[in-house]
Design a protein around this ligand. Sequence first.
Ligand code: ATP
Length: 508
Amino acid sequence: MSEPAAPASVSMETLVSLCKRRGFIFPSSEIYGGINGFFDYGPLGVELKKNIRDCWWSDMVRRRDDVVGIETSIIMHPKVWEASGHVAGFSDPLVDCKASKQRYRADQLFFSPVTVEGRVIGYVSALESERTASELQEAAELMKRKKAVQGKLEPVAPRDMTEARPEEIELIPSPATGEPGSLTPPRSFNMMFQTNVGAMTDAASVAYLRPETAQGMFADFKAVWDTGRVKLPFGIAQIGKSFRNEITPRNFIFRSREFEQMEMEYFIHEDADWAKSHREWINWCKGWLMSIGLPESHLSEYDHPKEKLAFYSRGTTDIMFRYPFGVQELWGIAARGNYDLTQHEKASGVPQVVFDEATKKKFVPHVIEPAVGVDRIFLAVLCAGYAEEDVTDDKGNVEKRTVLRLSPRIAPVKVAVLPLLKNKPELVARARLLYQKLQRRYAVFYDESGAIGRRYRRQDEIGTPWCVTIDFETIEADGSFTLRERDSMQQRRIQEAELFALLDQKVY
Ligand code: ATP
């Protein structure tokens, strides 16, 4: 169960509606009623997402001497997924409700016995949320009242369905119907999407849409190593789509069935201090999230308990983000030993070793893997950046403004160019000239319709850090424009060269 969330300043409904209204995100195939777990990024969303990817690529690959990038195919040889363990084990425990035909992830469906003075009078259930425990408690109180049982109700003791004893399953009510008797015992459900390659649809043609990009880096490790551009320690990074047939896609783009990952495999010497490297990468990832505008106060770390780790794993730490629906995983940083390369060596017969000049020994490198979802970062920056404020205009009127405080690094539009009046050709001509110059390097927006205050508000709502207004002073005096800053709403005069210098410094 997730930790209780600190009070969130924005509800998911508000964000989803902003995303739709302003063209950030739409449900996929909406004209046909949508398809659960799939989303489309609209004109502003695609810019924001591209900026997140580009910042990561610049910082992770281009600005580092020890990381190279690759792009591997989405459909790989099925043996890759056998060797990696995904065919046998990439599954979630699934519980069916036979009455409603709903499906639940067993580890997200919680229940508790309702106990009155040591006697169990029934069971209650609730889906995972930041209120799971209190929902169960309320349901338990209701049950006691309905059954008119006398005595002191004991506090609920939530467990998830993977921990239910066989004799309990019959007694646990389905969250869909509220009645016991329809839930099945948990069973394994493989989350890989299957397809067939070629004209024949038989067992030999089965292939999978990748559920992670990481295996591309392992499968190509030798190819990258043999190009001779790298030496240990070094990383291989990739950005790309991944697909998981999630049992319960939810929380908007937080858990979807098609999503995008940014992963990096950092290969280290077998004798290297893995814990030090692991810590360095956790710090790097946190620092990077802050560099694109996520506040430190919303970030925390979660160390996976040793007993829950896979046998080969040395340690996994997740960077958690405080979403409106609870504190949840944003970025996982795993120390995976040399499990993956060893598995591919065994399955392919191709040695995955490197030669150590110092010890004259061959060995399979170990790896630290920071893996993050672009869509989860996207959602996090929206949650952290969204604000509604009361502002007072020149005439003393108070009005609400909605503002997205996105870092200039990732904001979909960097500058809006606004001629003060649209019926003054000289203002419009100057504004269009500046707009065209800016357009060569940045995503900019030209807007001449409506009162200037309204135009500022429209930009605030989509996170544009700066607006420049071309007014009569621009043409009649020194050529300067008004620069209006989104967060402070302050205005000052600025020359064109200064504007370009500001952008150069803030948009990197
Ligand atoms: P979770 O426990 O939330 O299902 P995971 O531990 O299975 O996530 P990883 O396999 O470590 O996730 O994937 C790395 C990253 O990919 C995650 O930290 C997350 O940011 C992103 N990710 C994973 N699954 C999804 C999904 N269904 N939708 C969006 N992003 C995802």
